[in-house]
Write a protein that binds this ligand. Sequence first.
Ligand code: GLU
Length: 481
Amino acid sequence: MQVRTRFAPSPTGFMHLGGVRTALYAYLLAKKYNGQFILRIEDTDQERLVEGATDVIYDTLKECGLNWDEGPDIGGPCGPYVQSERKHLYLPYAQQLVKTGHAYYCFCTKEELDARRAAAEARGEVFKYDKHCLHLSQAEIDRKLADGVPYVIRMNAPTEGETGYHDLVFGDISMPNDTLDDMVLIKADGMPTYNFANVIDDHLMGITHVMRGMEYLSSTPKYNLLYQAFGWEIPQYIHLPTVMRDSQHKLSKRDGDAYYSDYIEKGFLTEALINYLALVGWNPGDDREFFTLDELVQAFDVKGINRAPGIFDPEKLRWFNFEYIRRLPFEEYLKKVTPWFDKVLSAERFDYRRLAELMQDRTETFADVPDKVRFLSEMPDYSTELFVNKKQKSSLESSLDALKMVEPILRGLPEWTEAALHDTVIAAIAEHGLKNATVLWPMRIAISGMLSTPGGAFEIAYLLGRDETLRRIGQAIEKLS
Ligand code: GLU
C-alpha cells in the first residue's frame, strides 16, 4: 500500500502547537513508509478565514522541515489543494447521495429552524434536525428547486443501530445512530460544509491514513456513513490526544503559549521544538530523547502514540533548547545570538565573538540573553552584600583590600588581553600570599554587579576594556570605603 497522509488546516489564525504536532506525525508516518505527505487548505468556512493565515501555515511547515509532496503551491495529481478552488466539485457528489437516498434537499429557513430549536430546548431536549424535508414529495421538491427556493443538502443519517470505526490510537469507537444529526453537506451558498469537503477530498486525494486532533473522534462515525454511502474504502483513523499545558488546561492564546510563533519569538530553536513536540504524546519505546527529523522518521510508529493528553512542559522544552543551542556550530550560534546582543549592546563596543563563546553553553533560550549580558553596557545597581561570600573567603574588608591591590596593576597593564590580565593578576595574588578567589570574586562582582556572569573576572574585564573596568573598580572601592 502506498501510504498517503495529509495535513488539512483551516487558515483561521496562527499555527497552534497541536497543529504543528499533527502535521509532524502525518509527515513522519508518510515518510516512514516512503509515502506522500499532502497539504490541503480547508477554507470552505469563509467567515472564519484570517488574512495571512495560509502564509503562516506554509512558512511554519517549511521552517519545521515538513515539506509536502503535493500541495497548493506545488500542485500534484489531485489538485487543486485549496478547497475553495474545488468548490464546483462537491455538489455533484451530494446530488449523487440524494439520488441514492443518503441525502436530501432541505428548504427549511433559518427562522423555522430557530423556532424548532427553541421549542426543543424548552422541552429540555438537544435539538437535532427532525428530517422535516425528507418527507417532501418529489413534485414539491422539483417545484421549489424550479422556483429557486434556497436549499441546503443534508445527510440522511440512520436513526437506529450504531456506527463505529476502529481508531489506531483510541481503539473501537461507536456512536448510537439516533445521536447523529442530519448534517448539512452543501450550504445555501453552494459551498460544501467542512465535514463534507473533508471526506470527499480525503477520498479523491487517496488519503490512506487520516491523522487529526481527537476533537474529531465523535464526528468520524458521520464521515464513515458518507464513505459507506459512496461505497468508498474507509481510511485508517489516527486521532491524536490534545496537547495540554497541564492535566486541566489547554495551551492558550491568552497565556502566549499556544502558537509556534510564540516560541520562536521567545528564542527557541525550531529543531528543539520539533524534537520535544514529537515526544509530547508519542514515545519511541526506548529512552532516546534526541532526534533529528530524519531520525524521527526512522523511529516513528503509530503504536507509540499515547491516548493520554500530551503535557507540554515548558521547562523540558527549555532543557531541549539549551542542549540544541550548545550543540550548534559556533558560527551559527554567533549569527543567531547577534540580534539578541544587539538589543542591549553594540558590536562596535563589544567583542561579540568572544562574548558568544562565553554565552553558548549558558543559553537556554535566546530571549534570556539580553538580561544576561546587559551588565556590560549598563552597570546594574548592586548591593555590597554580593561581595560577601564565605566559600570564596571574601568579606567586605577583604574585597576592599583586593580591589585596592588590583586597581594599579590593571592600570599599568601593558596590553589588555585575557592572557595578560590572567598572568599578571594571578602573579600579584601569589606575591601577596592571597587566595585567588579572595581577589577574583570581588573583582568580578565589582565589574559586573552580578552574582552569576558569563565568564570570570578576566573575561569580563577584557570585554569591558580598560577604562570601563577601572571606572567600575573605582566605584566599588568608593562603595566599600
Ligand atoms: N480543517 C480541520 C482543522 O483545521 C482538519 C480536520 C482534519 O484533519 O480532518 O481542524
